[in-house]
Design a protein around this ligand. Sequence first.
Ligand code: LLP
Length: 420
Amino acid sequence: MSRSAHGYTDSIQFFGDHSPSELARAYGTPLYVYSEKVLRERCRELKKLSQNPAFEVNYSVKANSNPALLRIVRDEGLRADAMSPGELAMDRMAGFDPANILYISNNNTREELAQALAAGCLVSVDSLSQLATLGKLAPDGKAMCRINPGIGEGHSAKVVTGGSKTKFGINSDQTAAILEMLRLYNLRLAGLNQHIGSLFMRPDKYLEAARFLLDYAAALPPAQFGQLEIIDFGGGFGIPYHKYDREERLDLPALSHGLNSLMSQWQTDTGYEGKFLIEPGRYVMAECGVLLGQVTAIKANGRNRFAGTDIGFNVIQRPVMYDAYHDIEVYARDDREFINQTVVGNICESGDILAKNRLLPAMTEGDIIGILDAGAYGFSMASNYNDRLLPAEALISEDGSCRLIRRAQTLDDLAACLLP
Ligand code: LLP
């Protein structure tokens, strides 16, 4: 990569024959831009993790649920999960068969669980109390349980989902209570799942937790073990956000090797005939998305130089919520001086900061900038805070054409639910 401030997207020809400035002009900013080529590459990498016929990739749609993108994911042969009626609706809009959608719930209402069951989804619950709700809703049916393996990992405490400090999963010492509940409602235990947290760059803990879940399953009474159709190891696969610092990618060959030997050895040892799933969200979507915005104001406050943009934390929450790092590109000529700048948004809070003291080409009003790796947990976490409108999303197809896959909200949309 050169010292250009857009060397990364140049190097992979992210925008194809389009330029960020042209896209910004055509569709306005802020604008999420996705690359079909990159999305398909990521799907294929994950599918290649294992040739084991029992292995499948279950895309976790919370990372990004735009149906146009989901259709590509489906076309690549991935499955999809859902955890809310909205996600289920997006999956269905994209043509996923509800019979293959895992509804991985957390604290859903009785009505929401009933809706997922009525659609035909296999529902995973992560508390004894929701297992009872499921049993009352559908006695003699199937259930899946999310087990807390006691192992957690993630880029921030807010996304660690294993261990005693999190609200997720049923503790592995509660098996007797699970079995009793299954008996009470005559439920079949069709699957076990877990998710240790979001973003690991080394496969060790993920594999340790996978081994834990397999040991847990093997220790079930033979009647329940024999009913298992799905063992889902969860997601969390990290991507390198520090591209300009040449951060290494997740070691997929090592992960593949570890996972494959675990799965095949266990199949031999136990005679298991069901499926194994992984459930990545970020790895599938993050790198296929760039968020474009424009610089609206430049100011100096004491020693700090601020570049004000139209990318508030309503549009991308990750930097504010987790102190997450995203590389920023400036689509300007390469002769600008690089200086430290704090890149901020247009929201009425001092914490509305995209990047602190980042060495970037001196920005001026009207410059178009790009936030890299914004495809996952970007649009899906966007909000209407400050009554700002949700942005549009555009897709650059493999044939090079670009089209909107979601228009920006309008003021009418903002008022649509108001009552006199
Ligand atoms: N499965 C379950 C049950 C999950 O809760 C999640 C993510 C995933 C799979 C997918 O995890 P991934 O492969 O994307 O790490 N908003 C945060 C991430 C929250 C993840 C929540 N659960 C962020 O922007 O970093």
